[in-house]
Structures are given as C-alpha cells and as structure tokens.
Design a binder for this molecule. Structure first.
Ligand SMILES: O=C(O)[C@H](O)CO
Length: 325
C-alpha cells in the first residue's frame, strides 16, 4: 500500500521461497529489492526504514547503512545473526531483530534427516536406484543402527532440545553439553543427561550433533583435537554454522578414518568451492543450509521478521530484539 513504510530486501526471486512469502511483507511494507534500490540510491535512500535480511544475502554493508537516514531496523530471518555486525548497527541507533523459536522444529527435523540419511545411506541408495547402469540392487548398502545408539548434542538451546525430543523416539541415549545445565524438568522431558565436559561427550557418542550459535567461543569448537577424541565409528552432524568446525581438520579426520562420517547442512563458505575436498569424500553428505526451508516455517519466519520490523518502525516494544553484547 502507498502509505506503508519502505523496506529494503535481498533480491526477490533470487531464491524461490522469497516469492512465496512476498504477500506477508507487502501487507505492511512497501518492498524495494536491493537491485532496484541500486538503480537510484539517492531517490530511494531517504524512504527506507527497514531492511529485511537473510543470512545468505545481506545488504547490510556499512556504506549502505550509513546512507539510509530513516533506517530504524535490520530484521533478520533466522535465529543466527553471526553475519550481522550487531554492535556497529546498534551504534547507528538501528535495532537488530531475529526470529528465535519459529525455526526450531524445522531445523530439528533436518538434523534428524541428516543423521538418518548418513547412518542408513539414503543418498547412496537413491543414487544406486536411479543409476541407469544399475541392473540389480546388491545387498551392499549396509548402514548403521540408529535405534539404541548414543547421541551427543552440543548446544542445548531450543533447537538442541527439539533434536533430543525427536531422538528419544528413536530410543537413543542422549547426552548433551551446554554452557548451562538445563533444568531437571527439561532434561527429564527428553531423557537427556548433562555432560559438563565436552570431551567426555565426544568420547561417548556415536553421533555428535552441533546445534550451537556461532560466537567467538564456538568458532572452531570442533577441531583436530576434538575430532581425535570421537569414536572411529562416530558421525558428526552439523546444523549450526560451518565455522563451528575446522573444515581442514574435518577433511583429514574423514580421510584417515578418525571418524566414520559427517552430515552437514552448513559449511564455510556456502556453497563450498567446487573443488573442495569435502565434496569428493564418499562418507560425507551435504545440504545447502536448508534447515528452515519449509513453507510453513518460512512463512512463520517472515511473519516474525515483519512483526519485529513493524514494531521498531512504530517505536513499539520489539518482540525479538537482539542487543549488542
Ligand atoms: O539461523 C537460522 O535460523 C538458520 O540457519 C537460517 O538462517
């Protein structure tokens, strides 16, 4: 609508899913894509009050931010805001928001999907099934038992807790490591046992699941030393951020048999360069950071972004403000 405040977004249509949610944004904002903005920045800049941003394509470089005099908020789609310089944006008097909670179920589903796909060789099974050279299916795609195995979750926030809830349904033994021990009720709800020592969790787990936020403390959390503590039969699953893992060390560990396999929804960078060794290893499956990409979750995420942005633009209390540390 004509009177709606203006919001700048990443290119519409660059990622199909954004088109499916445009209606939610245009109800409350007059949307201008970054590409259209760049056609005539001096004309558009004074009108922009919000930037709606996703981690894959952030139009948030300092020169842009400082050229928008009416900017009140950078509203992120997703919980992870490691791609945003929150102290800098806040220093401009601009609010930062994210979308916790709404992403957790879809991300936990994806985590379980990766775990199961890796253990039961679902990707290889698909490749054999569709390969025109396949004339009979050999009994060779032997996988590893998930039921009854031990899952070690590193990062027991909302996503970690939902992963634990799902794993309980697979009769897995669940260990977790977190900055803070969760309440006894939270632990009992999913049957999870706290490991104060991450090393202890790494030694005992058949599957190690990374569900931490990316912070200076978690950057490179899993490196050569940590991988060497894992069982040679263990699988590393990552649904947090690529930089949580030292990828060179991971490649070495996968090549040398230090660990058995990895299943990654996140890498650094995304996508990986086409000649990256991780793309050629037979014991790795990689998906392109699609943990939240369901229609339902994406609509919820965008609705939450819009609610946050609208509150900031109207000077109301913001549901999900991220304050600088
Ligand atoms: O941070 C998140 O919520 C997801 O990774 C989507 O960016």
């Amino acid at each position: 609508m004509e009177d709606n405040p203006w919001a700048l977004i990443s290119e519409v249509g660059e990622q199909g899913y954004i088109e499916d949610v445009t209606d939610i944004m245009t109800q409350h904002f007059r949307i201008i894509s970054h590409r259209d903005f760049l056609q005539n920045p001096p004309l558009h800049a004074p009108k922009i009050q919000a930037i709606l941003v996703w981690n894959a394509c952030p139009p948030t470089e300092p020169s842009l931010l400082t050229s928008l005099p009416a900017l009140k908020v950078v509203a992120n789609g997703g919980v992870g805001i490691d791609h945003l310089d929150v102290p800098y944006i806040s220093s401009l008097g601009v609010k930062v928001t994210n979308t916790p909670g709404v992403v957790s179920d879809a991300t936990a589903d994806m985590a379980m999907g990766l775990l199961l796909a890796s253990a039961r060789k679902i990707v290889e099974g698909h490749q054999v099934s569709v390969d025109p050279k396949t004339t009979h299916i050999p009994q060779c795609l032997m996988g590893y038992e998930v039921t009854g195995s031990t899952l070690g979750i590193i990062g027991m926030g909302d996503i970690g807790h939902k992963i634990a809830r799902r794993s309980k349904g697979f009769d897995m033994k669940i260990l977790y490591h977190n900055r803070r021990k969760r309440s006894v009720e939270d632990e009992e709800a999913v049957g999870a046992t706290y490991c104060e020592s991450m090393d202890d969790l790494l030694r005992r787990s058949d599957f190690v699941m990374l569900a931490v936020n990316l912070t200076p403390e978690t950057t490179g959390l899993i490196s050569r030393r940590e991988l060497s503590l894992m069982k040679p039969t263990a699988t590393l699953v990552n649904v947090s951020r690529g930089l949580v893992v030292d990828q060179d060390a991971l490649v070495e560990a996968l090549q040398s048999g230090t660990i058995r396999a990895a299943a990654l929804d996140v890498t650094h960078p995304e996508p990986l360069p086409r000649d990256h060794p991780l793309l050629r290893l037979p014991n790795v499956i990689i998906t392109p950071h699609v943990g939240t990409n369901t229609y339902t979750t994406t609509r919820r995420m965008v609705q939450t972004m819009v609610d946050n942005a609208l509150a900031a633009v109207n000077g109301q209390s913001i549901p999900n403000e991220v304050k600088p540390k």
